[in-house]
Ligand binder design. Structure first.
Ligand code: NG1
Ligand code: MG
Length: 503
């Protein structure tokens, strides 16, 4: 039976006692691995701070099963949390400062910051900014919440993350969410901010740090439940609805080994796509209504526009075909279409919009819009197939796989967010027995997700491992060779963020 989180205002981030319980799987393997990890974290904490940590907070990364680059257009997406998570061990600090150490001290050297939630982000893409995102989310964005804290508490924190960075499995949001919950807990707000508000605040905070993101990653990291994928609906209200992936299949994640550092490429990749969707929306609104639709920005996103028209996804696709041109628009052409001289006014809420405009000559409005409406419709088809109890299982999983393949094709050909390596690993996955395979997350590198019949899993993994052992061009980096399972692994939907009480 489908259970829905109807009212996000009734739920708070849980505090669980008994540390490794959430990491159990049916044969106990996962538990053992994590026990070692937590012991190491405690030991390192003691070495650095001279005391044992009082609490642990953890927030998972995610895999997006289907629904790519549509959350910021207002449409629903279908992710699941992965087992890999961010963990912060912590104690309160009597001094008014926050000390942060990371198990990986070479990549992430120690930092000390003040407890002022209104402090500026560091210049450039510094890792501490993700901590600040979570911290600000709770203590600097919504006065209703932060006014309840007279003096933010100092903290001593040790971080350990198993979420691969820059890989499309949302390490940034796992970091942000984890930091936000530590800030909640340290300042006595854990029973004051409902999960739904917390995830919206984390989205706003990540946008302050530069990415014009939607809300998929933060919401799934907070709302995920073990063995449940979720349909995340942002409209008309935020909901996380259970989706049962059929029992005969399993999901596997494969890292393409090409990192996709989002904050370094905002102007030409992620935020550019957000700008392209905005231009497409404004032109379509103008063509179907009066000039005020565009000038007054009556619709915040494609979802609101579609709702206003009362159109089906098919009708939206037809609208795109009749009113937008293939092959790109120059900024001057966009201005001409909209009958205005200055584009910046229409992009005020999009971070780095000026960089986007100055760095690009072509904006692919037809292609981006056509992807969005097709993908939004595939998400609901996927959910309906999963819910259909009358359909033969073999037919069902074959259709689910096809939707994932269609999604990849659309990301590659229309949204232009794939890469040669992602195309290679998704094709290899299909050739190795996957029913469907696609890029997951923002793309341009990072990971693939594949749907595999459970009975074929071993064979599938054996064949796809050749991606990692294959000879490649000199200079092509395969940065870990002794633990290939970090790059290719089967995954079950995992549990959402929580505070772990080791007592
Ligand atoms: P990743 O791939 O984890 O950076 C990003 C966005 C999502 C969503 C996807 C594409 C962030 C924090 N998340 O995820 O909101 O738009 O891309 O579907 O930027
Ligand atoms: Mg990210």
């Amino acid at each position: 039976m489908e259970s829905e989180q109807q009212d996000t205002n009734l739920e708070f981030v849980p505090i669980l006692n008994h540390l490794p319980e959430i990491y159990h799987d049916n044969n106990g393997e996962v538990k053992q691995k994590h026990e070692g990890r937590f012991k190491n974290l405690k030991d390192r904490f003691k070495q650095i701070y001279g005391v044992v940590p009082k609490y642990f907070c953890r927030a998972p990364g995610r895999v997006n099963i289907i629904g790519e680059h549509i959350d910021y257009c207002g449409y629903s997406v279908l992710p699941a949390a992965i087992e890999q998570d961010f963990v912060m061990a912590y104690v309160l600090n009597e001094a008014d400062e926050i000390e942060l150490n990371n198990i990986d001290k070479d990549q992430y050297p120690a930092e000390k910051i003040s407890t002022d939630p209104f402090q500026k982000f560091k210049e450039g893409p510094h890792w501490i900014n993700y901590f600040l995102c979570g911290y600000k989310a709770v203590l600097a964005i919504d006065e209703k919440y932060y006014s309840q804290v007279t003096k933010p508490r100092g903290l001593k924190i040790m971080i350990d993350s198993l979420v691969p960075p820059a890989a499309g499995v949302s390490s940034s949001s796992a970091f942000t969410v984890c930091a936000s919950i530590v800030a909640l807990h340290a300042n006595g707000l854990e029973t004051k901010i409902p999960k739904g508000d917390l995830s919206k605040l984390c989205v706003l905070a990540e946008r302050m740090a530069g990415t014009a993101c939607g809300g998929m990653d933060q919401t799934i990291s907070i709302f995920a439940e073990k063995n449940q994928a979720k349909l995340i609906e942002f409209n008309p209200t935020l909901k996380a609805i259970d989706v049962k992936i059929p029992a005969s299949v399993v999901l596997a994640i494969g890292n393409s080994l090409t990192p996709s550092p989002k904050l370094l490429t905002l102007g030409t990749r992620y935020n550019k796509r957000v700008v392209e969707c905005r231009f497409a929306l404004l032109i379509l609104a103008l063509r179907t209504g009066d000039i005020s639709h565009a000038k007054e920005q009556k619709f915040k996103n494609f979802y609101e526009f579609q709702k206003h028209l009362g159109y089906s996804y098919q009708q939206m696709l037809e609208l795109v075909s009749s009113h937008l041109q293939k092959g790109g628009y120059t900024p001057d052409k966009v201005k001409k279409e909209l009958g205005i001289d200055d584009l910046t006014d229409l992009l005020k809420d999009i971070p780095y919009a000026n960089e986007v405009i100055s760095q690009n000559y072509q904006f692919h409005l037809f292609e981006r819009a056509y992807h969005v409406f097709g993908e939004a419709s595939r998400v609901y088809e996927f959910k309906e197939l999963c819910d259909d109890e009358t359909l033969d299982e073999a037919v069902k999983v074959q259709k689910l796989g096809q939707l994932m393949n269609d999604s990849h094709k659309s990301c590659r050909d229309l949204y232009d967010c794939s890469s040669p390596e992602l195309d290679e690993i998704t094709q290899l996955s299909r050739d190795s027995g996957a029913l469907g395979s696609r890029l997951t997350g923002a793309g341009w590198g990072g990971c693939s997700v594949s749907l595999i019949p459970k009975d074929n899993l071993e064979q599938f993994l054996d064949k796809v491992f050749t991606y990692y052992t294959k000879e490649r061009e000199p200079g092509y980096q395969l940065w870990i060779t002794d633990d290939l399972e970090r790059y290719l692994f089967a995954t079950q939907p995992g549990k959402g963020a929580c505070i772990l009480d080791p007592q």
